[in-house]
Design a protein around this ligand. Structure first.
Ligand code: TIU
Length: 228
């Protein structure tokens, strides 16, 4: 592979996805310690965070491929300013949990920018030149400069990975779809605390002729790019 234009047909559902490497970005949603490690936000919400770790090996392979192909790679992080001025009271209070956003935890203040728990896990850590989008909501387009960054680079296709499938991944795919981006969601590079929600989240994307986008395993993308 090289840093030149690649066009590939990826076997996907509901039908093949025509990938053009210079129009496609790898969008990695919220692969943060707060969601994937004990003592963070996901844990505070009562979830088994080990379920999300299944995404890591496939995502590491896809990220290496994207970097080798010279594709645009964008990372997102969910979190809030230290003064919590961007935290909606509704989000702060939701769930009546003992530990809330902004409270001290084993990885620093929960879901607060700059704290260890807010950072991206080392396995898929951004490198120089890869934009990191900080967002306060579930969707990566809400109150961020993601759309400007993608449009400025001529991106029209998104390969979407990250966590969690039915929350931040689904919200972002829906936002992207309404903005005219074609989304290919990689089934094994996305994960949920609820296996049934993962399946349902992917099913909703690809149903009705791909109402929000396409779904494929990472092997389909890797093999499509290895044959060009
Ligand atoms: N709770 C849950 O499943 N997800 C989130 O709160 N954020 C993201 O999905 N990133």
């Amino acid at each position: 592979m090289s840093n030149t234009l690649l066009m590939a047909t990826v076997e996907a559902e509901p039908y093949a996805f025509s990938l053009t490497s210079d129009k496609a970005a790898l969008l990695i949603i919220d692969m943060q310690r707060d969601f994937l490690e004990e003592g963070g936000f996901g844990d505070a919400l009562g979830n088994d965070v080990s379920l999300l770790r299944k995404t890591v090996p496939s995502l590491v392979a896809v990220l290496a491929m994207a970097r080798a192909a010279g594709m645009v790679v964008v990372h997102t992080r969910e979190g809030h300013r230290p003064d919590l001025s961007d935290l909606a009271p509704s989000k702060h209070e939701r769930g009546n949990f003992l530990t809330k956003i902004g409270d001290a935890g084993p990885m620093g203040r929960i879901l607060v920018r700059g704290e260890p728990g807010h950072d991206i896990i080392p396995e898929v850590y951004p490198v120089a030149g890869e934009p990191v989008i900080d967002k306060s909501g579930k969707g990566a387009f809400f109150a961020t400069d993601l759309e400007a960054i993608l449009r400025g680079r001529g991106i029209t296709q998104l390969i979407v990975c990250g966590v969690t499938t039915e929350v931040c991944v689904n919200t972002t795919v829906r936002e992207a779809n309404d903005r005219g981006f074609e989304c290919l969601v990689l089934s094994d590079c996305t994960g949920s605390y609820f296996p049934e929600f993962h399946e349902a989240g992917l099913a909703m994307i690809k149903a009705q002729g791909g109402i929000f986008g396409w779904v494929a395993p990472s092997t389909a993308l890797l093999s499509a790019l290895s044959t060009v």
